[in-house]
Unconditional design. Structure first.
Length: 261
């Protein structure tokens, strides 16, 4: 087991192109299912805007996940368990609040439908909300850097008949146009459909190439897996984290690519 700790300064220690760390997995993917999909369709990950320091054809994105397949199964089962628990907790919380407001007798039991009606009355009459929460952390596995890809393209999804904004064209972003029933809008990927107005980092040149891969039915996505586990010591985050390409080279040395870069 190899361990790497990406400090906040890692992304600022060198000028020029940056590499990035991106968390994947959870409800939608395990490491195994993400890698399997990427081998077939390439990587297509939505990000917020155009990341500072990203250079198409030079920047690499290192993928981190704390969800092996068995971890994901436990995670999904825990979500179901918590949903059932919250359902009963909320009914009980509404019942207690209704008793407090003298809307029902203390010994009265209520159904979910009755809880909904009582909650509406509590909200309208007293302006009070009834919420419940489970604060225990969700079960997760070890955070592993398991693969990376070179960013070969960035695409922006536009509505039917719309042009790409000029400022995005100047950044080298390509457009992918929404077509009703067209590729990308039918939940072909584990994380769901493309979103109009979304910016996507790609292991391929553009989303049209991803479409070609899907239609060909052959493996062709350009993702590089690691032969060694690299344990990631860093906070879990939704956003991309910039690191220097020196740090990226270190990750590659530790992980040992399973194929040519």
């Amino acid at each position: 087991m190899y361990v790497i700790n990406m400090s906040e300064k890692e992304g600022e220690s060198r000028s020029g192109p940056k590499d990035f760390v991106l968390w994947v997995g959870g409800y939608a993917y395990s490491r195994e299912s993400f890698e399997k999909e990427a081998e077939r369709l390439g990587v297509c990950r939505r990000v917020k805007g155009f990341p500072s320091g990203l250079v198409v054809g030079k920047s690499r994105v290192f993928l981190v996940s704390d969800m092996a397949q068995e971890d994901r199964e436990a995670y999904r089962e825990e979500i179901k368990t918590r949903d059932r628990a919250r359902y009963h907790m909320w009914i009980d919380a509404v019942r207690k609040k209704a008793v407090e407001k003298q809307l029902i007798p203390a010994d009265q039991k209520i159904s979910y439908k009755e809880a909904q009606a009582l909650y509406a009355e509590i909200l309208d009459t007293f302006g009070e909300k009834v919420t419940v929460a489970i604060t225990k952390p969700m079960p997760r596995g070890k955070p592993i850097v398991f693969a990376f890809f070179l960013v070969r393209g960035v695409s922006y999804v536009v509505g039917s008949g719309m042009d790409l904004p000029k400022e995005l064209v100047n950044l080298g972003i390509t457009k992918y146009e929404y077509e009703p029933g067209g590729f990308g809008f039918n939940d072909e990927r584990g994380c769901g459909s493309l979103v109009i107005g979304g910016t996507y980092l790609l292991s391929e040149e553009d989303i049209s190439k991803v479409k070609d891969l899907a239609e060909s039915g052959t493996l062709g996505g350009r993702i590089v897996g690691f032969a060694r586990e690299v344990l990631y010591k860093g906070a879990r985050a939704r956003a991309l984290k910039a690191i220097s390409q020196v740090a990226g080279d270190k990750l590659i040395r530790l992980g040992v690519p399973m194929e040519g870069v």
